[in-house]
Design a protein around this ligand. Structure first.
Ligand code: NAD
Ligand code: ADP
Length: 261
């Protein structure tokens, strides 16, 4: 299957985890890729795994820095002449968070700045190029944490709820230009972000618990998210816009009530 031949895709957070797996899948299916991440080492590792013939630009970028976003998008458009796909995936969890009574304003500003404002900035600067050609597909990485929260979930959960809402707004603003905007909501996936969770579970013989809240009884792999993201980015999803698709092994299908399993 080669759904992205001659198409140009920008992937943020392409230096690790879900973003890397998505960049590789897009390239395997023929896309030219523009890889952005604030980790240069991560970017180099992703580039080393691309199919050899892939046309690629990789750039260090903080998605919350508007000047950097503007420069990256201009460079991508000048080099490749078009932008067909934006995968808005860069994100930070900030580690674990205390209850709301102990939240720090600076943590909220940093996490909302990357996860929500960064996603908005990328759309703001990429969409005009898509509007000119009246075609485009944008996929945002939200989270199941944007659908429901939990103790200590702030401000990550709030940022991802915002990403789901931004997905709806952007789909409405851009639908008239034949630009589709969707989101995926990953459940627990083993990546750089969740490494501390996995390390802790493995060190304490609790690995079996990692998939415990998923109806499929296991956690997800980055490639399983990449498959869903690439579906939403492709013409296979040509009549889908404004949606947030859980890719979570059934996590959000369940109330997880005590005694229900
Ligand atoms: P990851 O930490 O492995 O990858 C995230 C990448 O984004 C890293 O390479 C990081 O350097 C980059 N990044 C972070 N902030 C950036 C910034 N400001 N500018 C540019 N690059 C930046 O984690 P992942 O799990 O692959 O995360 C990808 C997305 O998936 C994130 O948006 C995350 O919130 C979301 N997500 C992950 C899970 C999970 O269980 N892993 C669950 C739900 C949602
Ligand atoms: P953690 O989950 O451990 O809190 P983060 O996900 O917040 O880590 O950060 C991931 C990496 O990005 C770290 O190496 C951190 O130093 C780096 N980083 C954090 N904020 C910024 C920023 N504004 N610009 C560039 N790099 C940053």
């Amino acid at each position: 299957m080669k759904r992205f031949i001659e198409q140009v895709a920008i992937v943020t957070g392409a230096g690790s985890g879900i973003g890397r797996a998505t960049a590789l899948r897009l390239a395997q299916e023929g896309a030219k890729v523009v890889l952005a991440d604030w980790s240069e080492d991560g970017l180099q590792e992703t580039v080393s795994q691309l199919p050899p013939e892939t046309a690629c630009i990789e750039r260090k970028l903080d998605v919350s820095d508007e000047a950097g976003v503007r420069a990256l998008v201009s460079e991508a458009n000048e080099r490749f002449g078009q932008i067909d796909i934006l995968i808005n995936n860069a994100g930070i969890s900030g580690g674990s968070y205390p209850p709301v009574t102990e939240n720090e304003r600076a943590d909220w500003e940093q996490i909302l700045g990357v996860n929500l404002i960064g996603a908005m900035l990328m759309i703001k600067h990429v969409a005009p190029h898509m509007q000119e050609r009246k075609q485009g597909a944008i996929v945002n990485t939200a989270s199941v944490a944007g659908i429901r929260s939990g103790a200590g979930g702030n401000p990550y959960s709030a940022s991802k709820a915002g990403v789901i809402n931004l997905t709806q707004t952007a789909a409405c603003d851009l639908g008239g230009f034949n630009i589709r905007v969707n989101a995926v909501c990953p459940g627990l996936v083993e990546t750089g972000m969740t490494k501390p969770v996995f390390d802790y579970a493995r060190a304490n013989e609790k690995e079996h618990k990692l998939g415990g809240r998923c109806e499929l009884r296991r956690y997800g792999k980055p490639e399983e998210l990449a498959a869903a993201i690439c579906f939403l980015a492709s013409d296979d999803a040509s009549y889908i816009t404004g949606q947030a698709l859980p890719v979570d092994g059934g996590n959000t299908a369940s109330l997880n009530m005590p005694g229900m399993k």
